[in-house]
Design a protein. Sequence first.
Length: 214
Amino acid sequence: MPSPTSSLRNSFARLEIRRLQELIPPELQAWVKVLNADGVRPPLITCEEAGGDEVVILVDMVRWERLTEDQRNLLLWHEVARIQNDTVPKDGWEIAALAIGLGGAVGELWVQNGMLFMVAIGICGVAGFQLWRRGTSKKDIKNLIEADRGAIRLATRQGYALPMAYKSMGTALKTLLQENPRGRNRMILEKRLEALRAEAAKARREYESRESRT
């Protein structure tokens, strides 16, 4: 029998997935689906291709529930903007190379061919390194920053005042920073937050300039 806490979480997840699905622009709703993420420690929110033309947005509902609704909305629209910009991560050659390298290493270890074993290990190393650094190149970070801008635009179309949209996105990124005290994820979040602050300051200056002319 599920515990009361488990039942409440399941109820929140069902209702929240339905709510988030409705926040996706109508032209995307037929092929973009929101799902509850599984795994030991999944990302808070991410998107990935699911075969064919379908894309899924995966959300860790346990941690997601701790955010305010405005923060959740902006993080969702960030993923939507990535989909609109066609910057959803795609499985490349690295996965296949890693599988081939591991298979080759096991096989050569069995037949005790040292040279081929080292070649297989080398393939694993190159593929593993590329997987590790995925998402940290200048282009990748630029795409994430552009998705933050897209999220702000989507928020204003949904009735958010521009300052509120920037504030909600900013506080959401700060919350993610608290969950990532070190490492490359923190570096990426810091760059996104820095760019967001610059954009917000620019928008504020433009607003004040328009107000002074009226």
